[in-house]
Design a protein around this ligand. Structure first.
Ligand SMILES: Nc1ncnc2c1ncn2[C@@H]1O[C@H](COP(=O)(O)OP(=O)(O)OP(=O)(O)O)[C@@H](O)[C@H]1O
Ligand SMILES: [Mg+2]
Length: 326
C-alpha cells in the first residue's frame, strides 16, 4: 500500500456571485446566485513512503486545495484519498498525530505569545511526553538556530524566523507525513536556503514523506526528485524533474568563454544570445542542433572554454504552464 493514495478526487467550491449595482445588490440579499469553481477535477496519485514530492502548478491550479483535502481541513466533492490508511476528512485523532500541514501564507502560532508557549500547547494537544518533547524541541531549535528567539512574541519575529517556528511546531510530534504549502514564500535567498537545507537534512534523517508546493524552483531542485504538475485541477505531469526539462524545454544553453580579443559579433546567427558579458556569452540553441552548431562556432571563433547547460528551470516551468493554459 502506498502511504498516500488519491483516487479521482474532486473539489468544487460554491461561490456567491455578487452582481454590480445597488438594485442587483438588494436583489442578491434575497436571491443569492452561486456559481461553482472546480478547484480539483479528478486527480489520482500515489506517493510511496520516504518520497519528497514537489507539487507544482500556476496560481489557482488546485495545489492548496489538494493539501487541505489531504489534511482533512475540507471535504471533497467526490473521490477518495487515504494517507497512511486514514481518510483525512474523517479527522481521526490518530491521524492528526501522524501528519502535519505548514502553510507559508498562514500563521498557526499564537501571534502575541512567545513560540515556546505555542509549542507547550502543542505538547498537550498531541500528548507528547515531556522527555521526548524537550529532546525534539532542543534538536529542532538547534538545527534551525532559533533557540535565542523562543521567548520572543511571535509578532516580533522576522518572516524567516517565524517560518522556522512554524516548522518546529509542525514537527514537534514527529509526523510521518508532512504537507508544506509554500514554506519559503517571501523569504530572502539566505533564509530560503536555510529552510531548504533544514528540510533536506530532516527528511534524509527521518525518511518522512513530504509533499511540497513552491513557486521557487530552487526549492524544488534542491529537494525533490519527483515532480507532480497540476494545472486547472488536473495532473498534467508526474515524473522526474529532469523529465520536465527534457519534455518542455527543447533547448540547451551554450556558454562560451571567448579568447582575448575575440569579438562576439556574428554569434547571433547560431542562436539567440541570451547573455552577453564579455568575454562570456550565452546562446540558446535547439537541443538537436547543439553538437553541430558548437562545432561550427569552434571552427570560426577562438574560444577558451565551453559549457552546455539546461535552460534555467524557471524559464522551462513558465513555458510549460503557458502551454497548459492554452
Ligand atoms: N475557499 C474557497 N472558496 C472558493 N473558491 C476557492 C476557495 N479556495 C480556493 N478557491 C478556488 O479554487 C481554485 C484553486 O485554488 P487553490 O488555492 O487550490 O490554488 P493553488 O494551486 O494553491 O494556487 P496558488 O499557487 O495561487 O496558491 C482557484 O480558482 C481558487 O480561486
Ligand atoms: Mg496555494
Amino acid at each position: 500500500m502506498s502511504i498516500i493514495e488519491i483516487e479521482q478526487l474532486t473539489k468544487s467550491y460554491r461561490v456567491y456571485q455578487k452582481k454590480e449595482g445597488l438594485r442587483e445588490a438588494i436583489r442578491g440579499l434575497f436571491h443569492r446566485e452561486y456559481k461553482t469553481v472546480d478547484a480539483v477535477r479528478g486527480i489520482s496519485l500515489r506517493v510511496e513512503p520516504g518520497e519528497f514530492v514537489a507539487f507544482l502548478g500556476p496560481n489557482g491550479a488546485g495545489k492548496t486545495t489538494t493539501l487541505k483535502l489531504l489534511s482533512g481541513v475540507i471535504y471533497p466533492s467526490s473521490g477518495s484519498a487515504t494517507v497512511m490508511g486514514f481518510t483525512p476528512w474523517l479527522r481521526d485523532m490518530e491521524y492528526r498525530r501522524r501528519f502535519a500541514l505548514v502553510m507559508g501564507q498562514k500563521n498557526q502560532l499564537w501571534w502575541d505569545l512567545p513560540a515556546q508557549e505555542s509549542f507547550r500547547l502543542h505538547q498537550q494537544i498531541y500528548c507528547i511526553d515531556p522527555t521526548s518533547f524537550k529532546k525534539t524541541l532542543d534538536e529542532l531549535t538547534d538545527l534551525l538556530d532559533v533557540t535565542r528567539l523562543l521567548g520572543r512574541p511571535v509578532r516580533e519575529l522576522s518572516l524567516g524566523e517565524r517560518m522556522k517556528m512554524e516548522l518546529i511546531a509542525a514537527l514537534l510530534h514527529s509526523p510521518d507525513v508532512l504537507f508544506l504549502d509554500e514554506p519559503t514564500i517571501g523569504l530572502d535567498v539566505v533564509a530560503q536556503h536555510n529552510i531548504q537545507q533544514f528540510l533536506k537534512h530532516y527528511q534524509e534523517q527521518r525518511k518522512i514523506t513530504i509533499l511540497l508546493t513552491s513557486h521557487y524552483m530552487k526549492d524544488v531542485s534542491a529537494l525533490c526528485e519527483r515532480v507532480v504538475v497540476i494545472a486547472q485541477g488536473i495532473i498534467q505531469y508526474d515524473g522526474s524533474l529532469s523529465g520536465i526539462t527534457d519534455e518542455f524545454s527543447g533547448f540547451k544553453v551554450v556558454q562560451l568563454q571567448l579568447a582575448l580579443g575575440q569579438s562576439h559579433a556574428g554569434l547571433e546567427r547560431f542562436g539567440e544570445l541570451i547573455k552577453i558579458n564579455p568575454p562570456r556569452v550565452s546562446l540558446k540553441i535547439p537541443k538537436q542542433q547543439v553538437s553541430k552548431v558548437l562545432a561550427e562556432i569552434l571552427n570560426t571563433f577562438s574560444v577558451d572554454d565551453v559549457a552546455v547547460e539546461d535552460p534555467p528551470l524557471e524559464e522551462v516551468i513558465a513555458k510549460m504552464f503557458h502551454s497548459m493554459a492554452n
